[in-house]
Ligand binder design. Structure first.
Ligand SMILES: [Mn+2]
Length: 407
């Protein structure tokens, strides 16, 4: 049995006002080709199919075009779970139609664990694998919170409820243990010990880990995770893995290889996890240094022949002094070069503490980062700062849920 594990596509992502349509189109075609060449039996997408709850039409088209192509492939089963970026109702809308085509969608937890258990059967009707397709678990879905409790208590309760949810899924799957077929869990969460990319946005991962990788019930022969954008076995545990995102979603992710994981089983024994690198369709590149260093590096970078789509570049200029008309100078310098500058930032070491306030373009910061900057000034001490940050996180979650209901 061969399973292809992928996650965090974030279809429809707007990246500094550019869309990723062409990169996503090519990456999804690569997935279809990979399924063909590797003769994959099942595809598992562990959350964050879309970047936002109400994705643009072209992103939906990419998704349905992909599924249509997959129906003509040797892959017999497709399992898709909702991530924190997905709107459960949007993902679930075509659920019954897709189920008729053997595509299983679990947008959100329902309170009934059986809704997440997918039995994969071969054309003769024999069981060949079982997937506990656990989506991103929201506080509301778990009914974990008690009104009036503080943010820290709520987090603690949520953590317990998540663990409880996996235990329940594990207990349900015990009935299949003797059947010598792989039992697989999906998940979209932040497992303790997972390494994110340097600056993977706090909003992308949340600021608290949800579960220890060792706590996944041992009935699961493999745990296919999404949410962290860097591919890895969590805490060195081979059977618990993040596939990472399909394409680099921020400049901080450009050093990681983007991959899909080909997971092979002999009976129920995990025999191999093969890392299949996704081709780089568009280079995302950060260039940092003095203005002279930056200009030299730009020339060198633009001269490289390994180009497909026009590369996107972020420039950080280190300088003690303010550089007048920096943007105009760099745009003039790169005229005719095969690259697009998406972001220019002046990094002044002397003014480091206040740098974020004075020079950073507000668009380049996440709301959490802006709030944190403000907190530094009006919070009396660390404790108060931590409380304010926790309250802010709680508000964001609440807002996110409201938005989702509105969609
Ligand atoms: Mn996510």
């Amino acid at each position: 049995m061969k399973i292809l594990h992928t996650s965090d596509w974030h279809l429809g992502q707007k990246f500094l006002s550019n869309d990723r349509e062409e990169e996503h189109r090519r990456a999804l075609l690569w997935l279809v080709e990979t399924v063909q060449t590797e003769q994959v039996d099942a595809l598992l997408v562990a959350g964050d199919v879309f970047d936002i709850g109400n994705p643009p039409h072209y992103a939906r088209r990419l998704y349905y075009d992909f599924l249509t192509r997959m129906l003509k492939s040797p892959c017999r089963h497709i399992i898709i779970t909702g991530g924190n970026h997905d709107s459960p109702s949007m993902l679930n809308a075509p659920r019954e139609l897709l189920r008729a085509l053997n595509v299983h969608v679990v947008g959100a937890a329902t309170g009934n664990i059986e809704d997440e258990i997918v039995e994969l059967r071969n054309p003769a009707g024999q069981l060949e694998a079982v997937v506990a397709a656990v989506p991103f678990l929201r506080d509301g879905d778990l009914r974990a919170s008690v009104s009036g409790e503080g943010a820290a208590d709520r987090m603690e309760h949520l953590k317990k409820a998540i663990l409880q949810h996996y235990r329940a899924a594990g207990e349900y799957c015990e009935q299949y243990r003797r059947q010598n077929v792989p039992i697989i869990a999906a998940g979209h969460l932040y497992a303790t010990g997972a390494l994110a990319s340097d600056k993977q946005d706090n909003i992308y991962i949340g600021n608290m880990d949800n579960i220890d990788a060792r706590q996944f019930p041992d009935v699961f022969d493999y745990v296919a995770l999404g949410h962290i954008h860097r591919a890895q076995a969590v805490g060195g545990i081979d059977r618990v893995r993040y596939s990472g995102s399909l394409i680099p979603l921020s400049f901080s992710e450009t050093k990681d290889d983007k991959v899909a994981l080909l997971v092979a089983f002999e009976g129920k024994t995990l025999s191999e996890v093969k890392t299949l690198p996704v081709p780089v369709y568009r280079r995302l590149k950060t260039i940092q240094g003095s203005i002279e260093e930056v200009e030299r590096a730009l020339q060198k970078f633009a001269a490289k022949p390994d180009r497909d789509l026009t590369p996107w570049v972020e420039i950080i200029v280190d300088s003690e002094q303010f550089i007048p008309q920096l943007d105009a100078r760099l745009h003039e310098f790169t005229k005719g070069m095969e690259l697009d500058i998406l972001k220019i930032r002046l990094n002044r070491p002397v003014a480091q503490a206040d740098a974020l306030q004075s020079v950073v373009d507000l668009h380049t910061l996440s709301p959490v980062e802006v709030f944190e900057q403000r907190c530094r000034h009006f919070a009396a001490d660390e404790t108060e700062r931590a409380d304010l940050m926790a309250a802010f996180a709680e508000l964001q979650t609440w807002m996110h849920e409201q938005e989702e209901e509105a969609v």
